[in-house]
Design a protein around this ligand. Structure first.
Ligand SMILES: O=C(O)CCC(=O)C(=O)O
Ligand SMILES: [Fe+2]
Length: 296
């Protein structure tokens, strides 16, 4: 890996996926230390290869994912009501993120679709009232075709916006409305307000989901003035650059661990197996960092 990854990486920063792969070890405490090194002192993500979760039933896979990650952080509940789980199943349940007229479908759980997912971080919308520091995506079963993970560095995004659109950076540090209709906790507002970029503990933190920023403004009843619209357009234009993206096709058993405060993730469209028992299924775990790790 090239030096300077702490300033932000681009695809060329990695000679190969070996630069971010970590072989699974059954000492989960030791694994947690390596994961935190990659998250806090490396590129902000790690691909843990070869966990035993691929050979388990789906229920066991959910339990294994949660227990493997108890060392790095505190797993957070996801879902609403009876659907709540620490290990959330990401699989196609027939949901489409787009309506028939190709409009984005704001209420859909995009994690329950097989469509393309644009780059985002989960914490941007405070899903189910949670603010995860880290998310992990375990591949229980991969798709027949497609469904690759796509990553982009939020620190690179920040650096490029600062260099190329300096007058828009201030706007992005003020609160924007995010539409979270699909993950609103009961009785709470479907809009959350937060800046795209903020500083915490001497690091930049990113909240980005361009689609949900667009619909968020309408939902909040506060159409974007031209300068804030221009700031979101700049964000979208920078994020669209292919040279910023790393794409990784996860094998069964692989687990992608991402610092959700820094690195954005997305997914390519996928085709599933006809046999329901073989269809793509990921277990998503969201973590809050244990206080002791803040000084790691
Ligand atoms: O299906 C995937 O690879 C990612 C889904 C996703 O972004 C999520 O569940 O947060
Ligand atoms: Fe996500």
């Amino acid at each position: 890996m090239s030096r300077g990854v702490m300033d932000g990486w681009v695809r060329e920063s990695f000679a190969s996926s070996r630069d971010f792969r970590l072989p699974y070890v059954c000492d989960h405490e030791a694994l947690a230390r390596r994961v935190w090194d990659a998250l806090l002192d490396g590129p902000g993500f790690a691909l843990v290869t070869g966990t035993p979760l691929a050979t388990m039933s789906t229920g066991q896979a959910q339990e294994f994912g949660v227990s493997m990650l108890r060392h790095p952080g505190e797993p957070l509940p996801q879902g609403r009501g009876a659907d709540t789980a620490l290990g959330w199943l990401v699989r196609d349940e027939g949901v489409s993120a787009h309506t028939d007229d190709r409009r984005f479908h704001e209420d859909a759980y995009t994690s329950k679709s097989r469509g393309y997912l644009h780059l985002h971080n989960d914490r941007a919308v405070r899903p189910f009232g949670q603010e995860p520091d880290v998310i992990a995506l375990f591949t229980h079963r991969r798709a027949r075709q497609g469904g690759a993970s796509v990553l982009a560095d939020g620190w690179t995004l920040y650096r490029l916006v600062r260099a190329e659109f300096p007058d828009l950076l201030d706007r992005l540090s003020t609160p924007f409305a995010f539409d979270r209709r699909h993950v609103t906790p009961p009785g709470e507002s479907p809009v959350v307000w937060a800046p795209v970029f903020e500083q915490a503990d001497g690091r930049i933190r990113v909240r980005c989901n361009v689609k949900r920023l667009e619909t968020g403004a309408d939902l909040a009843g506060e159409p974007l003035p031209p300068d804030r619209r221009a700031a979101l357009d700049a964000l979208g234009r920078v994020l669209a650059r292919p040279e910023l993206r790393v794409t990784a096709l996860l094998e069964d058993g692989d687990c992608l661990v991402i610092d959700d405060r820094r690195v954005l993730h997305g997914r390519t469209f996928y085709e599933d197996h006809a046999d329901p028992a073989r269809r793509r299924c990921l277990v998503r775990v969201m973590l809050r960092q244990h206080p002791s790790e803040h000084t790691a």
